[in-house]
Write a protein that binds this ligand. Structure first.
Ligand code: FRU
Length: 608
């Protein structure tokens, strides 16, 4: 990923302060300090952060006017990392930071002793070079800071725009705004300035974006419109638009455009061309239902219907909806010629293995109302791992594609995973379709988007081999810490399970099991490496495999330093799990208690 702001932050190395300048902190009470800086002193103020330190609340004033507020864990006795606060480009050059700390200090000395007071600096540079062993190579991550849901996903003029819930001032959830990255191939991402910034209406929570091809909004033909939740005392829905192809957004002065009387968020909209209007889904989080609105111009909205009370998993809050029409295939992959609607509903908690997960409903949509074709008690999951949440699709994707990206984490431990400079990555992009299962149900199939094949290096081909109890070992590629794709086709004998194991020199392993009798695929990460940062992390996840033929399993497994995504090659199941091995997995072992066959095995090192 390309740097947002380049340069080497020499001040991180003690004694080398060169281009940076330490700034003076004035303490006016044990819990209140001031910093005065002028914008001509440098590009940024670099704020030292210590995770777990008491929260400080900073009001940033420019020429006496309030310009920004933020919450940050200023380092008390050790610095975990620095974050940059923009100094230049504010509405005034005299910048004042009014800092109030929650520490409950009793003396001025305590305030002065905080390490941040000695290490806070002004600098023209901020180093975003990766310092983390668990940062994935080919999955999207923020350059620094915390990330959760994907937002404002839209494809325009050959560019995929991916905004995301971002905290620019630390690697834990806070200060939500839309970070922004773009890609020309869904794999190589470039980081940009935030697309939508916080304002007086509140933090910027999740939302979506699409092209207004007909200028129905009056913001201009082919402008990009975005809608997001303004989160403060209440959650309301606001509008913004971009005339530069999605890089900068202007807020609609009439915001908020929806103020619903129940906690509601994460607007997701699409154009209903036939009816010359927009359709919007909004999650009524605590009521466990999705609200469906329509509008001619995105500014005035009519609530048409509600879907969900009593349907599917009701255990957690309902968040991040999406609605789309998809083609239906037979179990064997042949087209049926039919299309059906899918309503995506992310929930937290209540996932199949605890915490957050993405459920969906298949049915019909008549332009105003969604009807599920399944009974209320039927629950379906897009991904049967523990780390796939807030999955929504790109608007205006080419060739009528419905491409989704999820957040690879789980609210149970997302703030505690063992990374610091950044926290969390996105899943691989996946293309969606539907297939008919055996029990008369229609399910979602998700396959890695075709662009993912672009990073395949030269395949190491192992071909056919017999399966045995002892198993056969294969080396994983050494380059890039074993980052690779494994493509394996197995033929179990007499419904005996087949075990696919990844292991490392530290004795850690991940065990994946195909069970043809139950037609399931499972992944055990209980011994995968670092697991004790949360009691919710060690687990075994199991997916129904919905195989067309239980005599043959074709599986793709993507390993990227701290994540494993497994798919059946027809996309009938997907499973995403994080792992934090102490050293990279080096060996693949395939075994079975009976003598089945490996029909094909290829390992692709990743070329990135
Ligand atoms: C889902 C979510 C959304 C909300 C956002 C806030 O993970 O809770 O409902 O908009 O995160 O960051």
């Amino acid at each position: 990923m390309k740097s947002l702001v380049c340069g080497l932050m020499l001040s991180l190395i003690p004694g080398m302060v060169s281009a940076s300048e330490i700034i003076k902190v004035e303490h006016i009470s044990p819990s209140n300090s001031l910093i005065r800086v002028n914008a001509d002193q440098g590009e940024y103020i670099l704020l030292p952060v210590q995770e777990g330190a008491p929260m400080s609340h900073i009001r940033v004033l420019a020429d006496g006017r309030l310009d920004e507020t933020l919450n940050i864990m200023l380092a008390e006795n050790k610095i975990d990392y620095f974050v940059p606060l923009k100094l230049k480009g504010r509405d005034g050059d005299n910048v004042l930071l009014d800092i109030r700390c929650d520490a409950g200090r009793s003396s001025m000395r305590d305030a002065k002793d905080g390490i941040w007071t000695k290490e806070i600096i002004v600098s023209d540079e901020f180093d975003t070079t990766n310092r983390e062993k668990y940062r994935p190579l080919y999955h999207h991550t923020p350059l620094y800071g915390w990330m959760n849901d994907p937002n404002g996903m839209v494809y325009k003029d050959g560019v995929w725009h991916l905004s995301y819930q971002w905290n620019p001032y630390g690697s834990k959830w806070e200060n939500m705004t839309w970070g922004h990255s773009t890609s020309k191939d869904l794999i190589h991402w470039e980081s940009h300035q935030p697309s939508v910034d916080r304002d007086a209406l509140g933090a910027i929570f999740s939302g979506s974006a699409a092209i207004d091809k007909t200028n129905s909004t009056g913001f201009g033909e082919n402008s990009i419109v975005a809608m997001y939740t303004s989160a403060d005392a209440s959650q309301t829905q606001s509008l913004a638009h971009s005339s530069d192809g999605g890089y900068t957004f202007e807020k609609y002065p009439g915001n908020p455009v929806i103020a619903y009387d129940r906690e509601s968020r994460d607007p997701n909209f699409f154009r209903d061309e036939a009816n010359n209007r927009w359709v919007l889904l909004l999650a009524s989080a605590l009521d466990h239902e999705m609200l469906i609105f329509t509008s001619p111009d995105m500014k005035t909205w009519t609530l048409e219907s509600k879907f969900g009370r009593g349907y599917g998993s009701q255990d957690g809050v309902w968040e991040c909806p999406d609605l789309m029409e998809l083609p239906v295939y037979k179990l064997n992959g042949e087209p049926t010629g039919k299309k059906k609607w899918v309503l995506i509903c992310n929930i937290n908690p209540g996932g199949p293995f605890g915490g957050s997960a993405a459920q969906y409903f298949v049915g019909d949509f008549d332009g105003k109302t969604f009807t599920s074709e399944s009974a209320p008690e039927v629950t379906k999951w897009i991904d049967y791992g523990k780390d796939y949440y807030a999955a929504v699709s790109f608007s205006d994707a080419p060739d009528n594609r419905h491409t989704i990206i999820g957040w690879m984490s789980n609210w149970q431990y997302a703030n505690d995973v063992p990374t610091k400079q950044f926290r969390s990555a996105n899943s691989l992009p996946r293309d969606l379709s539907l297939f008919e299962g055996r029990e008369g149900q229609t399910y979602l199939a998700s396959v890695p988007s075709p662009e993912v094949d672009l990073i395949r290096g030269k395949a190491i081909k192992y071909g056919k081999s017999g399966l045995s109890k002892k198993g056969k070992n294969y080396m994983l590629p050494a380059q890039n810490d074993g980052v690779c794709e494994i493509v394996i086709s197995v033929e179990p004998k007499d419904e005996n399970p087949v075990e696919i194991k990844l292991s490392n020199k530290a004795g850690e392993n991940v065990v994946m099991t195909i069970d043809p009798k139950a037609d399931t695929f499972s992944m055990d990460r209980t011994k995968s490496g670092l697991t004790d940062f949360s009691e919710h992390f060690p687990c075994v996840t199991t997916a129904p495999a919905y195989s067309a033929d239980t005599k043959k399993y074709d599986i793709r497994i993507f390993i990227d330093r701290s994540s494993i995504e497994a798919f059946s090659s027809d996309g009938h199941f997907a499973m995403t799990n994080l792992v934090f091995p102490n050293s990279p997995y080096t060996t693949l072992t395939v075994s079975s208690p009976a003598s089945g066959k490996i029909n094909d095995l290829k390992i692709y090192p990743v070329k990135y």
